[in-house]
Ligand binder design. Sequence first.
Ligand code: NAD
Length: 417
Amino acid sequence: MQDYQNPFEMAQAQFDEAASVLGLEPAMKDILRWPRREYSFTIPVRMDDGSVRIFHGYRVQYNDARGPNKGGIRWHPAETIDTIRALAAWMTWKCAVVDIPLGGGEGGIACNPKTLSEGEKERLARGWVRCVARELGEHRDIPGPDVYTTPQIMAWMLDEYETIVGRSHPAGFAGKPPALGGSLGRNEATARGGVYAVREACKALNVDPCGGTFAIQGFGNAGQYAALLHPEILGGGKLIAVSDTSGGIHDSAGLDPKAVVDYKRKTGRLIGFPNAKPIANEDILELDVDILYPAALENVITRENAESIKAQIVCELADGPTTPDADRILHVNGVHVIPDFLANAGGVTVSYFEQVQGLYNYYWTQDDVNRQLDRKMTEAYRVVNQLHHEHKAHMRLAAYLVAIQRVAEAVKLRGWV
Ligand code: NAD
């Protein structure tokens, strides 16, 4: 096995390992290791200075055997069709592992949102929708937020879509602001779901999270809420390091999660937080902590640094942070990995709740959302952990076994294979 620069090759390698354990027939294997449909298009946008700039946009619909495609839209300068394919594949397995009746998709735009004005972002969001509107809708494909896409961006997208089709479709986009039919609890759902899974892992492994330490790489939506919710849900735990693109901060005496979040929201960075020492982004992964949350981007735990990971539990809030080689090293070293498509499934689970609420036009309380999310995450963690023990498989493989069997059953029942 090799470490992967191309995330889709990595997603396929992970799939292949599980498919051979399951003994999938060749046609089933072929249909599940590729996207069913993909769209790639150019989006012309009038910039504030009057010029027109062309952006590259994508949408991949990976597999809709279990229900309409569902998946985020990522705005990132390094966006490629292969990243989107990988994310669409992981979304398919994610929906299946938490057993929600949706398929998987993902979209994106290669752009640097930090250099765009609000007006340019709005025109870009609307432009993306105009390119794929005919492929969207609550019974076809439901986009939601991902890296650098916000509730405001989802609101513009919803508005553009409803303008094109000429009727209300609150269930057609996820991650909207609550005033436009967004679910309460969606913003924090990814981290909340991950922390519920950590709670279950601590019980299974007999780890006391209250007296333990944790660190977070990546301090956007997922990372910030993990910092706040970890002590709240687990009843304790000391945050000792966090990082973002500007660098990291470390304090072995403990950082106050709320103060760090407030500082980041106020200044836009972590560096300079009072009384904390700087730490390099890569070093944060190798700290001696009980629980590590990679919450930034893919390919950060590789065969180069896997031997140095000291955490007992790695909760992958980011998509694809660990390469297949690193997985095996972590497994041999007894590091308990809660794999991305289980650990961060809280986001899509609440997006599904948002779709359900939008479809019957009745909205739940935050307590209803949290309770249902807890039930889904707890059940999913337990099923995966059980297969992990039964097959002596590492946790990612166990999660793949659960998810692939569920999608394969739907494909079979539909008579595709
Ligand atoms: P975000 O845009 O809110 O934040 C990303 C954060 O990562 C930022 O703080 C950024 O500074 C940091 N970052 C980027 N590159 C980095 C690097 N090299 N080192 C350290 N930090 C870096 O994005 P998000 O929504 O929090 O998503 C983070 C990860 O979680 C992504 O992999 C995403 O696919 C995954 N995820 C998010 C959701 C969700 O609902 N937000 C759901 C599922 C998965």
